[in-house]
Design a protein around this ligand. Structure first.
Ligand code: HGY
Ligand code: MN
Ligand code: MN
Ligand code: MN
Length: 402
């Protein structure tokens, strides 16, 4: 083992990534299947080339590093894209951890068959579908989505794939013995409980709705209040209905958010005639997601009926809640105990690429705390030493099972 310093190594990786896609908010904007994500993949590839790794890409642009080709391997993965004005740890620290783990395997001269995976377009920001590229290679994607999904710039996924030379075939990834992912928690539980590590037990599922409301754009001065068809007022009631429905969940696990709300024509002296909304509904229980969606759709119907507004409600994407593999959880707990650090088992409210592997192979996740639980925000930050610890835990687990 050379005197390679894991903390310095992961710091080098993270500092290499940071300036790419940096935006005026002090955060980063690295949309899936964008040139900025390409730059992130190029930066990771440059580090892999310097290490002499085997570098592969699959037909939809995902990237893989390994020490040698192997038919069966342990996949340690995450993503390098981000939300708009996001933080520089979400996904990125998981890729850096995978690259650190591969470096540790290389430095130990071990023949552990590890492959680092870098999945494109994990965030729903560009196409309103999360974990898009890992869905494509794990059989969780419908061909109709290639034309149904459109990027923020209006191009369909099909057009973008044709321009980028990606395949429209639904390829299935082969040879994954187990899947591991390190990620920031993106919530407050670890920090509040003074834990350094979270061993993830389940990942919340989601339903994402795209809603268009059509009222009537009219003169804001000459139109009496009682005859207006104001799409924004209807939208305002819907935003609060989503909040109330999620809050009313007796189990306190449902969450509901309206993260996008666009008004047309958007002039001060014109009654909003049109509104486009994006609604994100999640829970760790699939029945509760379905229940929430039914209630939200009913509320939209009642609100719009009362206001003579036309509503077009579309389910644009959904991922079922998944429970992670009990043996992997136990194995990660056992490995963590050997480091004598405070840790807990916990659910993930955020979605991750791991959810697409949970039905294919034993799948596990390791969380590290993020400051104040803040994520999807330029203030997002985490401790590289925690990432090194999480990486050592995953490596110890893999060495145990191999
Ligand atoms: O939205 C999420 O759950 C994650 O950031 N993909
Ligand atoms: Mn995210
Ligand atoms: Mn993420
Ligand atoms: Mn309810």
């Amino acid at each position: 083992m050379t005197d390679f310093d894991p903390l310095a190594y992961i710091t080098m990786i993270m500092e290499t990534f940071y300036p790419i896609g940096a935006d005026p908010t002090g955060g980063v904007t690295r949309l899936g299947y964008s040139e900025v994500e390409d730059e992130m993949h190029a930066a990771a590839t440059a580090i892999a080339e310097a290490e002499g790794y085997v570098i592969e890409t699959d037909p939809v642009g995902n990237l893989y590093f390994s020490l040698a080709p192997s038919d069966e391997y342990y996949l340690v993965a995450s993503h390098l894209d981000s939300v708009k004005n996001g933080g520089r740890f979400d996904g990125i620290i998981g890729v850096a951890s995978g690259m650190l783990l591969l470096k540790m395997v290389k430095e130990e001269g071990s023949d552990l068959p590890v492959k680092v995976g870098i999945f494109r377009c994990e965030e729903s920001t560009n196409f309103m579908k999360a974990t898009l590229a890992s869905s494509l290679i794990t059989g969780k994607f419908n061909e109709s989505d290639f034309t149904a999904l459109t990027a923020r710039d209006g191009r369909t996924l099909k057009e973008i794939f044709e321009q980028r030379g990606h395949s429209l075939e639904l390829n299935q990834i082969q040879g994954v013995k187990e899947y591991l992912e390190l990620h920031i928690e993106q919530g407050r539980m670890l920090e509040a409980n003074n834990q350094r590590i979270g061993v993830v037990t389940s990942i919340a599922g989601n339903n994402r709705l795209k809603v268009h409301l059509e009222g009537l754009a009219e003169h804001s001065g000459a139109t009496p209040m009682i005859i207006r068809q104001d799409a924004l007022c209807a939208a305002a009631e819907i935003v609060l209905a989503v909040e109330k429905i999620a809050k009313d969940d007796p189990m306190r696990t449902s969450v509901g958010t309206v993260g996008v709300l666009e008004i047309t024509p958007g002039s001060m002296n014109v009654i909003p005639g049109g509104v486009d909304m994006a609604i994100d509904l999640r829970d760790g229980d699939n029945a509760r997601i379905a229940h929430m969606r039914t209630e939200v759709e009913a509320a939209i119907g009642q609100i719009c009926e009362a206001r003579s507004i036309q509503a077009d409600v579309r389910l644009v994407s959904s991922s079922p809640a998944v429970t992670l593999d009990q043996n992997v959880i136990r194995g990660l707990v056992k490995a963590t105990e050997q480091f004598k650090v405070p840790f807990q088992e916990m659910p993930s409210g955020a979605g991750h690429d791991a959810m697409n592997f949970a039905d294919l192979c034993p799948t596990g996740m390791v969380f590290i705390p993020c400051a104040g639980g803040i994520s999807h925000n330029p203030e997002e930050s985490a401790d590289y030493a925690d990432a090194v610890l999480g990486t050592r835990i995953m490596l110890k687990y893999l060495a145990e099972i191999a």
